[in-house]
Design a binder for this molecule. Structure first.
Ligand code: KE4
Length: 452
């Protein structure tokens, strides 16, 4: 288990010597030394650790430091690192061949699991990343409706395809490039932006663009500006809640509703956020967990829409490694495990204890935080006011987050290195992990509180 850095004798720089050397090499060969920007730790003012291995809830860096991990690869590893049944399934599949470019039964088996679990999905297509899933689903929505415009929420992140890299969350928000250079105005002019959790803005945008909008794409639980749940129904019934409100307004204006459940799919419930909140979109994008840590994502939904994808229909999308046997095997093993009795209850119990402990610890340290949680997805905002959208998220004390992050890392807890990411709890996180995390958090909140 993680060493308690507070008691280690070596200095922190010694503790990370191998990672520092490895990162220096990586930076020579790769932009920022990383394969995805957020991993470069620029938002927390230090160099990243380089990981050697992971097992269960713990990752070990190349200096031998162990960390309880709440990144969990940004969501896929809901069973924990190197889970035995997933590893065995991958090894067995690899022995039969890694890729064929021909149909395999594993694709049909995983498709059946997805169709059975996710309420909106009647037909599904596998791709290799969440970016690809959302990009393809947007093409389908535009092709099926003949309308050019799409609507997205500021702060939501739907991957890095051109149409969607507009006021995007996650790494784009962290690095201050929510709308990236290199994306032509001719493309982004068809992307309309609205604030998250604001139904009036949806209605106004739809009214202002009659018969122009193919779909509205949304993270049903925003997980890329921290974790921001959808606004609940008003107690007096005056407002049906954000997600049901989106469903109603999309129906009123004939706009397709697309849930990007790349992060929430199989995370917050077996059927994702749409099952949890009882709101069914027309199209759904999935990723992360359905690949069990290997590259796999999917888009699916109403059969009348999905049948318009080639080769059934004319809308084109393809991929050499789509539905590859290794990812199918890892995904099947993962989703099989998630169908066991009591899995989501265990995730809920562990996450609730962690969330309550963090809230209490921050209060004891007199550092204002706004903590959110939906199942095993948590958000910890360094803010003294509630955070319900992108504009509010931007007011967070990212300096205090950085201090908190660095103290947690030095004390054996590794988080996503950005205020605008979520925490992920897995089946491998037990009581011992929670207690060690809360012990480290006491120190980290005190450190954050000292940042004026
Ligand atoms: P990928 O292309 O990274 O597989 O998926 C893009 C994507 C789409 N939709 C949602 C809701 C997502 O959260 C993501 C990716 N999430 C980020 C984490 N916030 C990936 C981490 C990274 O980019 O390194």
């Amino acid at each position: 288990m993680p060493t308690d850095a507070a008691t280690t004798s070596s200095t922190t720089t010694d503790r990370y010597a191998q990672s520092a050397a490895a990162f220096a090499k990586a930076r020579v060969l790769m932009p920022g030394g990383v394969s995805s920007p957020v991993r470069a730790y620029q938002a927390v003012g230090r160099e990243p650790v380089t990981v050697r291995c992971g097992k269960g809830a713990v990752v070990t860096d190349i200096d031998g430091n162990e960390y309880i991990d709440y990144v969990m690869s940004y969501g896929p590893l809901i069973l924990g690192h190197a889970e035995e049944t997933v590893v065995a399934a991958i090894v067995k599949a690899a022995g039969r061949g890694a890729s064929f470019g021909m149909p395999t039964e594993a694709e049909t088996q995983l498709a059946q699991v997805v169709v059975d679990a996710v309420p909106s999905v009647e037909v599904v297509r596998f791709v290799n990343s969440g970016t690809e899933a959302v990009m393809s689903a947007i093409r389908l929505a535009r092709g099926a409706t003949g309308k050019p415009k799409i609507v997205k929420c500021t702060g939501c992140y739907h991957g890095h395809s051109d149409s969607l890299l507009v006021q995007a969350g996650s790494g784009a928000m962290t690095l201050g490039v929510p709308s990236s250079p290199g994306v032509p105005e001719s493309i982004t002019s068809n992307t309309l932006l609205i604030p998250y959790n604001d139904l009036d803005a949806v209605r106004e945008t739809f009214k202002g663009n009659p018969d122009q909008i193919a779909c509205l794409v949304v993270e049903p639980i925003a997980g890329n500006m921290g974790c921001i749940p959808p606004a609940p129904p008003a107690p007096d019934g005056s407002n049906p809640g954000y997600l049901q409100g989106l469903r109603d307004i999309c129906d009123e204006f004939g706009v397709l509703l697309m849930f990007d459940e790349v992060m929430t799919g199989f995370r917050v419930a077996l059927g994702g956020a749409q099952a949890l909140y009882g709101v069914t979109p027309d199209l759904t994008c999935l990723g992360k967990i359905i690949g069990g840590g290997l590259p796999c994502a999917a888009y699916g939904g109403r059969e009348d829409l999905m049948r318009q994808m080639a080769p059934d229909g004319p809308i084109y999308q393809a991929g050499t490694l789509s539905g590859n046997p290794l990812a199918m095997a890892a995904g099947l093993a993962t989703l099989d495990a998630l169908q066991e009795e009591g899995v989501y209850e265990q995730l809920e119990a562990t996450s609730a204890k962690l969330g309550a402990g963090l809230r209490d610890s921050a209060k004891s340290a007199n550092v204002p935080v706004y903590l959110t949680r939906v199942g095993s997805m948590l958000g910890l905002f360094f803010s003294d006011t509630p955070i319900t959208n992108y504009e509010q998220a931007l007011t967070c004390r990212t300096d205090r987050f950085a201090a908190f992050f660095n103290s947690m890392l030095d004390n054996g807890i590794i988080l996503a290195p950005a205020q605008y990411e979520a925490w992920f709890v897995s089946m491998a996180h037990g009581e011992d992990c929670v207690q060690k995390t809360l012990k480290a958090a006491e120190i980290a909140f005190a450190t954050a509180a000292a940042v004026d």
